[in-house]
Design a protein around this ligand. Structure first.
Ligand code: ZN
Length: 314
């Protein structure tokens, strides 16, 4: 018997329309982005990062953020999240009238913060607090993600104390949660367990969200370690698409269907329908004209319907 207590349910944030697409070369049409969002809702997604309000010259895939927002379905039960980096982005997101939550990004190191958003690390903490407060002033909510929490593409190892100090500073602005992101997929489960535990204790009762990239194959192991350490919200991307245009070598997010398969089989409810996710994977692979990284998208779920029937007969 293990003495670790695992939660019976987890909240998932679907990030495919933003993080999933932003690193793809082929520009996805607004209509296809909206179909992806509607299919994500059909599979069970109730929090969706729908776009980012950045300069389209820097991230061409995110041009047309306003058009995506204008086409969002009217769903009171779904929280639409817009990622923003600065006051200008926050004002754009708020002006759409369709975004429920602003997502801010703080970066652990100066070099990555400069590459990603033209700020120092400290500057990105202040910007995140400002964005959260602008969201609240406009009647929305705000959340924040600490990028490169487990390692930086430019500066290497990141001190846990630095991440902890950033989380404590951002918590002062009262976001709905704070996420630890392994932007470049260098984390390992022991590191994740340690850092999630420390941040959880530091910002309680604010929840800890986690955001993992599967760049080196540790995404699901890290996610499981994070849940064991008390993270209650996880980001995932249908098909396992994703990556950061400003982080060399970045690869996809953990795939929604892989996460849902693992958690549901382990007795942790996600609210997602795995069969519909696999169908959506096939549709998205057609749009992207390539096979997507998700494993369960390729292999299918288990047990298969025909074996399930045999078990029931036995
Ligand atoms: Zn990411």
């Amino acid at each position: 018997m293990t003495d670790k207590m695992y939660t019976s349910s987890i909240e998932m944030v679907e990030v495919s329309p933003r993080d999933g697409l932003q690193n793809e070369r082929a520009i996805v049409a607004t209509a296809d982005k909206l179909t992806l969002i509607e299919q994500a809702i059909a599979t069970g997604a109730r929090r969706i990062e729908v776009t980012s309000f950045v300069n389209p010259k820097a991230v061409p895939q995110m041009a047309g953020a306003e058009q995506v927002c204008a086409g969002l379905p009217q769903r009171d039960d779904v929280t639409f999240i817009g990622l923003v980096m600065n006051p200008r982005g926050a004002e754009r997101a708020i002006a759409t009238g369709r975004i429920d939550q602003l997502g801010a990004v703080a970066v652990t190191t100066d070099r990555f913060a400069m590459a990603n958003q033209g700020q120092t690390s400290d500057g990105s903490v202040e910007a995140s607090k400002d964005i959260i407060r602008r969201a609240q002033a406009a009647g929305l909510t705000g959340q924040a993600t600490i990028a490169a929490s487990f390692g930086c593409p430019f500066e290497g190892e990141v001190a846990e104390d630095r991440v902890l100090a950033m989380a404590e500073a951002i918590a002062e602005a009262d976001p709905v949660e704070i996420a630890l992101a392994d932007t470049i997929g260098v984390g390992n489960p022991a590191h994740v367990e340690r850092l999630v535990t420390r941040v959880r204790d530091a910002i309680a009762p604010l929840p800890v969200r986690v955001h993992f990239h599967n760049t080196r194959g540790t995404g699901l192991a890290n996610l499981w370690a994070a849940i064991g350490a008390g993270a209650t919200v996880v980001d995932a991307s249908i098909g396992g698409l994703g990556g950061c245009p400003f982080a060399p070598g970045a690869a996809g997010n953990v795939a929604t269907e892989d996460v849902v398969y693992m958690l549901e089989r382990a007795g942790i409810a996600t609210g997602f329908d795995l069969d519909l996710l696999i169908e959506t994977n096939r549709w998205l692979a057609g749009v992207m004209e390539k096979q997507l990284p998700a494993m369960v998208g390729k292999a299918g779920g288990f047990p298969r319907p025909e074996t399930k029937r045999k078990e029931e007969l036995a």
